[in-house]
Write a protein that binds this ligand. Structure first.
Ligand SMILES: Cc1cc2nc3c(=O)[nH]c(=O)nc-3n(C[C@H](O)[C@H](O)[C@H](O)COP(=O)(O)OP(=O)(O)OC[C@H]3O[C@@H](n4cnc5c(N)ncnc54)[C@H](O)[C@@H]3O)c2cc1C
Length: 418
């Protein structure tokens, strides 16, 4: 029998969750292979996102008010949130679970854990950035509000942040303008979260691949996990194009496709794909120095190496990456009311990018062992925080692979919690 350290771990999914898990498992001395069905230059949700590292996001998606807002937004083709109605038992179960968790009791039970995970992840980013070719911009995040109601809501989040021991500052319009003089803003005010950061997610992904290879890990592209072979409560082998590969430990980090993979093992993980879009201006009219979020419009804005990325929309639906031009228009139309220097014309020749966030119904990621199978782990469901939580997720998965205690309230993240 091999020791815990020299076991062969196969990770399914070369998104940022799979890559970070691979890196930290290698740090623990394990033998690691990543299987990614796309090509080395392929795309996934981890590459075109807004690149924000967000300790400020300690409120899970399933929160009070989300149902009412969601229902209102459902009937506006350019709104930031939409659930594509379809006769799917999995979607109905997901919706029912979301409904059951969208309350303040749930938020209270999750907020400290989400903050702690995000803060520890941020610290890992800072460590990784010291000798990597990705640039971590540690300048904070501005939550920009152009209505008094929006500012009041965000100020309440700042109060909650203080209660949890996090830093947040409510700013009026003049103080907001002083925070970032390189951009003209039309806002009532903002909340500044100084511990948030931003980076270029593509550069971070490349840096993690380099680290994995330097540590002796292997990333196999164009390698899709097709079938899984089980015997006596364990996965013994996985198959690709008729070839059988034995595994000691299997980690499923397949993003929005994780539930499809787990179904082969008889596990019905509540997970939906939440499609979002980003648009990147290579030569923007103005280039802010800080990343920000338009609170009312739910659009994220991130400067990345001289370019400017706008990202938004959550279309809960199937696994299609088809672009809905109305939702993209919704993002573009939301910009000028906050950043008046920009116009719709600026986006005339920009090709939108689309990505599928893996969304759990209670807004908490899944990190843990799969039920009934002793050698299968799952890391997915991070929704809007997958980049931000990637390093800490990787570290937790490495702990679990080594049968060490990660030191968090793992029951709230358990794969079989519903
Ligand atoms: C518009 C937008 C903006 C966002 N902004 C932010 C942000 O600012 N900060 C933040 O923290 N998060 C953000 N997110 C969310 C974040 O991008 C995701 O949570 C994260 O990328 C999910 O990573 P992942 O590795 O789980 O999934 P993915 O990146 O989707 O990777 C999963 C991989 O698994 C592979 N795979 C699937 N099935 C198989 C199989 N059978 N065999 C082999 N490989 C397989 C897929 O090809 C894919 O490459 C944003 C998302 C969107 C859409």
């Amino acid at each position: 029998m091999s020791s815990k350290q020299d076991r062969h771990v196969v990770i399914i999914g070369g998104g940022i969750i799979g890559l970070c898990s691979a890196y930290y498992a290698l740090q623990r001395g394990m033998r690691v292979t990543v299987w990614e069905r796309g090509g080395e230059k392929g795309d996934n949700c981890s590459l075109g996102n807004a690149g924000m590292v967000v300790p400020s996001h300690f409120i899970p998606l399933a929160a009070p008010g989300m149902l009412a807002k969601g229902l209102r937004w459902m009937f506006h083709p350019q709104s930031p949130f939409y659930v594509k109605p379809r006769l799917s038992p999995a979607l109905m179960r997901w919706g029912w679970l979301f409904y059951q968790h969208a309350n303040s009791r749930h938020v209270d039970s999750c907020k400290q854990l989400l903050l702690d995970l995000n803060l520890q992840s941020r610290a890992l980013f800072a460590e990784l950035a010291k000798d990597s070719a990705f640039d971590l911009q540690q300048r904070g995040l501005l939550m920009l509000c152009n209505t008094q109601h929006g500012l009041d809501e965000e100020a309440a989040v700042a109060t909650m942040a203080h209660e949890l021991g996090a830093r947040a500052e409510v700013l009026d319009a003049a103080a907001t303008a002083r925070m970032d003089p390189s951009i003209t803003m039309n806002v009532k005010g903002s909340v500044w979260f100084p511990d948030d950061c931003h980076l270029n997610p593509q550069a971070f992904s490349t840096a993690m691949k380099e680290r994995i290879r330097a540590a002796g890990g292997e990333i196999r592209y164009d390698t899709e996990l097709e079938t899984i072979e089980q015997a006596q409560g364990r996965v013994v082998a996985i198959h690709h194009r008729g070839q059988r590969h034995e595994v000691d430990q299997l980690l499923i980090a397949g993003g929005s496709w994780s539930s499809e993979i787990l179904r082969q093992l008889g596990i019905h993980l509540p997970l939906q794909a939440g499609k979002g879009y980003s648009l990147t201006l290579t030569n923007p009219q103005q280039l802010p120095q800080l990343c920000s979020i338009f609170c009312e419009a739910k659009v994220a804005i991130t400067p990345m190496n001289g370019t400017l990325r706008f990202a938004g929309t959550m279309e809960v639906g199937d696994l299609s990456l088809k672009i809905n031009p109305q939702r993209v228009k919704g993002i573009i139309r939301s910009i000028q009311p906050y950043f008046p220097a920009f116009s719709e014309q600026d986006f005339a020749h920009i090709t939108p990018w689309a990505g599928l966030r893996p969304v759990s119904p209670d807004g908490m990621p899944y990190m843990g062992r799969a039920p009934r199978l002793e050698n299968v782990l799952v890391a997915t469901g991070h929704a809007m925080m997958g980049l931000s939580l990637a390093p800490i997720t990787g570290k937790i998965m490495a702990d679990l692979l080594a049968e060490a205690n990660p030191g968090f309230a793992m029951e709230r993240l358990a794969v079989d919690r519903f």
